[in-house]
Write a protein that binds this ligand. Structure first.
Ligand code: PEP
Ligand code: MN
Length: 344
C-alpha cells in the first residue's frame, strides 16, 4: 500500500502516519517528491484493516498495490489450476460443456434433455431445481424432486450434474445429489452462502454477479476458497449495461482478464449472456477462441414449451450444430496458444 500525503501535510502528520503503520506491526518508508510526500507500507496490509488510513490527519489518499484476494490470485499461484469432477477436468487441455434445460420441469423433460445433451457430447447436465426467478409468480422449480431426477439422469447417462443452490439451508441437500454446486449471479455476494459452499467437499461453479466487477467476483471466489474449498470454477454470464437488445452484455474480455488475474478455470454462459438462442452459437465460438475452459448452454427438447428461458434455449438440432463447431474449434485452439502473455 502507498499512502499519499496532502501537499500541506506537516512533519507531525507524517509522524502520526508512521506511528499508525508501525503500531500495526508493519514497516513504513517515507519518500519525498518536490510537491508531495508519500509513505510506503511494507508487509501484510491486512494488518492495517482496522486502521482508517485515509482518515489520518494529513493523508490525501491511499492506493492498494497487492490484491485483496490472495488464494484466487495468480500472483500467489502462477500456474493455472484445474478442477476435477469425477474423471472430467475443468481447465485442462479440452474445453468442457455443461448443457441442459434452464429448469428441471418433469422427469420426462429432463431425461429427454439428458439424452440430447449426452448425444451432443457435453460432459455435464445442467438444470435448476431451485430457480431464482425475478417474479415470485414464475415457476420456482421442483426442488428436491428435481434433484432426484437429476441424480437419476446421471445414472442413465453418466453425465455429471451441475445445479444451483440458492440458500444456505439447502447446501447439504444439493451437495448430496449434485457433482458441482452452482452459485448463481444473484447470489454472487451472498457471503453466507459462499461460506457454506466453501465448507463443502463439492466443486463450486461461481457465476459473475449482474453488476459485479472482476475484483468483486474474485473476492467472492476468495470467500469460498478461504473456507477450505479450492475447487472453484468461474462462469462469465453477462453483465447489466445500457444495452437492451440483449438480455445482458456478455463480457468476453473478462475471460482474458481473469486468466491474467487468477489461476482459476473460467467458463462462459452465452445463453444467459445474450438471452437469444440465435446468438449462442457465435458467442460460444468466441468464448472458446478467447480462451474459456468451457461453456454452459441451455438446451430444451422443446424451447417453445419451456417453463423458463425458452427464448435463449437451443433446440436439439441447434445444440448439435453448436457442439460440432465447438469440437472443431477446441481441436484448433491449443491451450498454450490462449495462455495470457508475459506471465513470467
Ligand atoms: C441459470 O444458470 O439457470 C441461472 C439462473 O443463471 P444466472 O445465475 O447466471 O442468471
Ligand atoms: Mn436460465
Amino acid at each position: 500500500m502507498v499512502i499519499i500525503m496532502n501537499p500541506e501535510a506537516t512533519a507531525e502528520h507524517i509522524k502520526g502516519v508512521i506511528e499508525a503503520i508501525e503500531g500495526a506491526g508493519l514497516e513504513a518508508k517515507v519518500m519525498e517528491g518536490t510537491q508531495q510526500k508519500i509513505v510506503g507500507v511494507i508487509g501484510d496490509k491486512s494488518r492495517l484493516a482496522s486502521v482508517p488510513v485515509d482518515a489520518l490527519p494529513g493523508v490525501e489518499t491511499s492506493v492498494s498495490i497487492s490484491k485483496s484476494y490472495k488464494l484466487a490470485s495468480r500472483e500467489f499461484h502462477p500456474k493455472s489450476s484445474s478442477v476435477m469432477v469425477g474423471g472430467v477436468e475443468i481447465g485442462g487441455e479440452v474445453p468442457v460443456v455443461m448443457a441442459g434445460p434452464c429448469a428441471v420441469e418433469s422427469k420426462e423433460q429432463l431425461f429427454e434433455a439428458a439424452e440430447i445433451v449426452k448425444k451432443g457430447g457435453a460432459q455435464f447436465l445442467r438444470g435448476g431445481a431451485y430457480k431464482p426467478r425475478t417474479s415470485p409468480y414464475s415457476f420456482q422449480g421442483l426442488e428436491e424432486k428435481g434433484l432426484e431426477y437429476l441424480a437419476e439422469a446421471r445414472e442413465r447417462t453418466g453425465l455429471k450434474v451441475v445445479t444451483e443452490v440458492t440458500v444456505v439451508e439447502a447446501v447439504e441437500r444439493v451437495a448430496h445429489y449434485a457433482d458441482v454446486l452452482q452459485v448463481g449471479a444473484r447470489n454472487m455476494q451472498n457471503f453466507g452462502l459462499l461460506k457454506a459452499v466453501g465448507k463443502c467437499d463439492k466443486p463450486v461453479l461461481l457465476k459473475r454477479g449482474l453488476a459485479a466487477t472482476l475484483e468483486e467476483w474474485l473476492n467472492a471466489a476468495e470467500y469460498i476458497m478461504n473456507e477450505g474449498n479450492p475447487n472453484v470454477v468461474l462462469c462469465e454470464r453477462g453483465i447489466r449495461t445500457y444495452e437492451t437488445y440483449t438480455r445482458n452484455t456478455l463480457d468476453l474480455s473478462a475471460v482474458a482478464a481473469v486468466k491474467h488475474l487468477s489461476h482459476l478455470p473460467i467458463i462462459v454462459d452465452p445463453s444467459h449472456g445474450t438471452g437469444k438462442w440465435r446468438m449462442v452459437k457465435p458467442m460460444a465460438f468466441a468464448s472458446i477462441a478467447a480462451g474459456a475452459d468451457g461453456l454452459m448452454m441451455e438446451v430444451h427438447p422443446n424451447p417453445a414449451k419451456a417453463l423458463s428461458d425458452g427464448p435463449q434455449s437451443l433446440t436439439p438440432e441447434n445444440y448439435y450444430e453448436v457442439m460440432a463447431g465447438v469440437k472443431k474449434l477446441s481441436g484448433f485452439m491449443t491451450r498454450e496458444g490462449i495462455e495470457p502473455m508475459n506471465l513470467q
